[in-house]
Design a protein around this ligand. Structure first.
Ligand code: SF4
Length: 207
């Protein structure tokens, strides 16, 4: 805590700003988790099954190996395998030959799985309204801060790798330094700003 805060009598608690930010994030995370469990339950899915649908949706049409699904959700291969078996029985996912390696099996969404994934990955208006309480500038700063934290945690191996712009081979940071859309995406060949940085882009290819 800085000296000014101490002088103003604000150091009543021993926790730091960093700790309070983490407490805040954990409260939001709890609320998001509880909401997504309710949504998954309404679809007749377990939270893991719903997360697999979201992961496959974010990954685009090429599908994912079972090991990548397990890694992406930070669960064991056995847990991922069980959830994929149930999703397959429900007709939501299918196994195909991997486009990258014909001998390997990839898991992809069926058309029914795609529509279920779209429904389960919709955030409720309540959460969108809460984010809408932030001004455009606050949202941009918050998004950049989250990306910075995610990159740090990814580097430390604490969270699964996200398909983010910052680690994408199509991303050119600050190609137009004096513009309000300073970055460039070579995939769509267009400039974009910090507000449009992606955290889960189906087109992302890691550097
Ligand atoms: S929008 Fe997608 S393809 Fe483009 S730079 Fe970002 S992650 Fe890569």
């Amino acid at each position: 805590m800085n000296t000014d805060e101490s002088k103003n009598g604000l150091n009543l608690c021993s926790d730091s700003t960093e700790q309070r930010i983490l407490v805040g994030l954990s409260k939001i995370s709890l609320a998001l988790k509880s909401q997504s469990w309710q949504d998954a339950g309404q679809q007749g899915l377990s939270p893991t099954q719903a997360q697999i649908l979201s992961l496959l949706e974010a990954n685009g049409s090429e599908g994912m190996r079972l090991s990548a699904v397990a890694k992406g959700l930070a669960v064991t291969p056995a847990t991922a395998s069980d959830a994929v078996r149930v999703l397959s029985e429900k007709g939501l996912v299918q196994k195909i030959r991997s486009p990258e390696d014909g001998r390997a099996i990839a898991i992809t969404l069926t058309p029914k799985g795609k529509s279920t994934a779209a429904e389960t990955s919709c955030w409720s208006d309540l959460f969108l309204d809460a984010v809408g309480e932030l001004s455009e500038l606050e949202q941009t700063v918050f998004l950049r801060g989250l990306i910075k934290m995610i990159l740090k945690l990814q580097d430390a191996g604490q969270i699964p790798i996200s398909k983010m712009c910052m680690t994408c081979r199509f991303f050119q940071a600050n190609r137009y330094p004096n513009s309000d859309r300073p970055h460039h995406c070579n995939f769509v060949d267009a400039p974009f700003g910090d507000r449009n940085l992606h955290l889960e882009c189906p087109e992302q290819i890691a550097m």
